[in-house]
Design a protein around this ligand. Structure first.
Ligand SMILES: Nc1ncnc2c1ncn2[C@@H]1O[C@H](COP(=O)(O)OP(=O)(O)OP(=O)(O)O)[C@@H](O)[C@H]1O
Length: 520
């Protein structure tokens, strides 16, 4: 490839050896990613920096080579150096050699591929490229940002201190943002090897996605994408990705779903100690039963707010759907995880309250995670009568879903449905399954409705704003619970709501803060 014997500047210029960017018609709205400065290191420089690739500098070994810690620029720059052998052309690794194909990633080494892609894509959520070097023979050296806190795989599967839920959700969101950034770059990048050992933890304990050896940069219709044979890691690989033409960004969504199941359960993608050994075959039937806590990592137990567990489990199950088109896009995954992050950070009382207010506000715009957030369980009309003890639930077969969620009568109603899983049935808050039917509204729109299972006995109060406990003029009380929930108004603004101030007398405020009004 062009950059093998040139300095950094010309390396950048030749990092698009097939002139994809020139051949491609510009897409409206997005500018192609510009290459940025990539340093060229002399081999000897990297030998010194890694202390001769010594055992003390050794960080780990992957399928494509070994990784060493390097101290560069007189100690000012700590980096990781991946030392790999260049691909020696053979008929077996040039899959299409006889037919003259020279464009696919199997015809370039993972190291070359990684340099080419990372020299175009840079993001704080990725393990970014610093530079590269090579010896006079066949060794390629990739210099990337050093991640001092190991991999997510080590964190999840090390027995000592498994991460708590707040951290797990944060990691999941950070990886989702990394994948989203790749998918939305121009042209898009499909990583093809999302897994916990490729998620590294930086000095600030943020998750970063690395290892772009198998990544593909280009639109699905591009010849390079179309002729590259399937690749990935067993256990994370999209089962529908059997031929080059099957590849889409949704294959990454599948692998991310497996990673999310791994984060939730703390078990390996493939683990022979379980039956079935595949995490997806093990977890999805449990999620189908509505036993969301059944897949949580027993070492940490379920999160304080059960809705967090449900949201994560349902999201993971949606990502690993067998039909690629039915999987959510990474943008939706990110939006959903943002909601879960807020929930996991806030005390359950706050979440209960927020959920109620969310239902009150039916004017907010439909956002991506609605299907997940509001899509999980009962369709009931809840009548709140003065106190928690007097909560009544009535199943109302005629309650209708509009395109934006539940449309109820003049009382505030609330709908949650798991969304249109192909495999997953709707479940109630007591984890009972609810038969789902369809019905036409007066406007002729086909809507889903649920006949509420007889086991469905708990209600969610929706009528916060009608509560007689909200007494005016004693004490102004911003419903975000200010310091307690550590939430801010941007959360409201995000949902198209103006700041909502309600008033409570002191007794009510105390009660509200101390005891959850709703148990889910
Ligand atoms: N940037 C980095 N900073 C610190 N350690 C790293 C870095 N990159 C890799 N490592 C360490 O080196 C090990 C090997 O990494 P590498 O990416 O080569 O392989 P892998 O992801 O573990 O496996 P595979 O090559 O099969 O995907 C990792 O497990 C990690 O511990």
């Amino acid at each position: 490839m062009g950059y093998l014997s040139c300095n950094a500047e010309s390396a950048i210029a030749t990092c698009d050896p097939y002139n994809w960017d020139l051949k491609r018609k510009p897409r409206t709205g997005t500018k192609p990613n510009k290459p940025f400065k990539v340093r060229h290191f002399f081999y000897d420089e990297l030998v010194v920096a890694t202390n001769g690739f010594s055992a003390e500098s050794f960080l780990g070994k992957g399928s494509h080579g070994s990784v060493y810690k390097a101290v560069l620029d007189n100690g000012k720059l700590i980096a990781a150096v991946k030392k790999t052998k260049l691909l020696i052309p053979t008929t077996s690794n040039f899959h299409n050699h006889n037919s003259g194909c020279t464009n696919c990633t199997s015809c370039t080494s993972p190291a070359e591929n990684e340099i080419e892609i990372l020299s175009r894509v840079q993001n704080p959520r990725l393990v970014n490229l610093i530079g590269f070097g090579s010896d006079s023979k066949d060794t390629k050296l990739i210099v990337v940002e050093y991640m001092p806190n190991g991999s997510l795989f080590d964190l999840l599967h090390s027995t000592s201190r498994p991460p708590a839920w707040t951290r797990r959700v944060r990691f999941a969101l950070q990886v989702a943002k990394a994948v989203q950034a790749l998918h939305s770059s121009n042209p898009p990048v499909i990583h093809r090897d999302i897994k916990s050992s490729n998620v590294l933890i930086d000095q600030d304990w943020n998750a970063r996605l690395g290892d772009f050896g198998l990544a593909l940069r280009g639109h699905v219709e591009d010849v390079r994408v179309k002729c590259t044979p399937p690749a990935g890691t067993l256990g994370y690989l999209d089962p529908g990705y059997l031929a080059p033409g099957d590849l889409s960004a949704k294959s990454d969504v599948f692998s991310f779903g497996i990673l999310l199941l791994e984060i939730i359960s703390g078990r390996n993608a493939i683990d022979l100690n379980y039956s079935p050994p595949s995490v997806v075959d093990w977890a999805v039937p449990i999620i189908k039963r509505g036993d969301f806590a059944g897949i949580c990592d027993r070492r940490v137990g379920p999160p304080a707010d059960p809705v967090v567990m449900r949201q994560l489990a349902v999201l993971a199950a949606r990502c690993v759907r067998s039909t690629a088109e039915k999987r959510p896009a990474m943008t939706e995954v990110v939006e959903c995880l943002k909601v879960v992050r807020k929930m996991v950070q806030a005390p359950p009382i706050w979440n209960n309250f927020r959920r109620r207010v969310r239902c009150v506000d039916d004017t907010r715009p439909l956002i991506g995670h609605q299907e997940i957030y509001d899509g999980s369980e009962e369709v009931v009309k809840v009548t709140r009568v003065s106190s928690r003890r007097n909560r009544k639930v009535s199943s109302v077969p005629g309650v209708e879903y509009g395109t934006r969620g539940l449309i109820s009568g003049d009382r505030v109603g609330r709908s949650k449905s798991i969304g249109s899983f192909d495999e997953i049935t709707k479940v109630g808050p007591d984890c009972s399954q609810i038969p789902v039917g369809e019905r036409k509204t007066r406007a002729g729109v086909t809507v889903k409705m649920a006949a509420v299972n007889s086991k469905l006995i708990k209600s969610r109060s929706m009528s916060v704003l009608h509560s007689p406990r909200l007494v005016h003029n004693k004490k102004r009380f911003v419903f975000e619970f200010g310091r307690r929930a550590a939430a801010d108004d941007s959360d409201l603004e995000e949902r198209g709501m103006s700041k909502l101030v309600i008033s409570l007398d002191e007794k009510s405020e105390k009660e509200m803060l101390e005891k959850p009004l709703v148990s889910i």
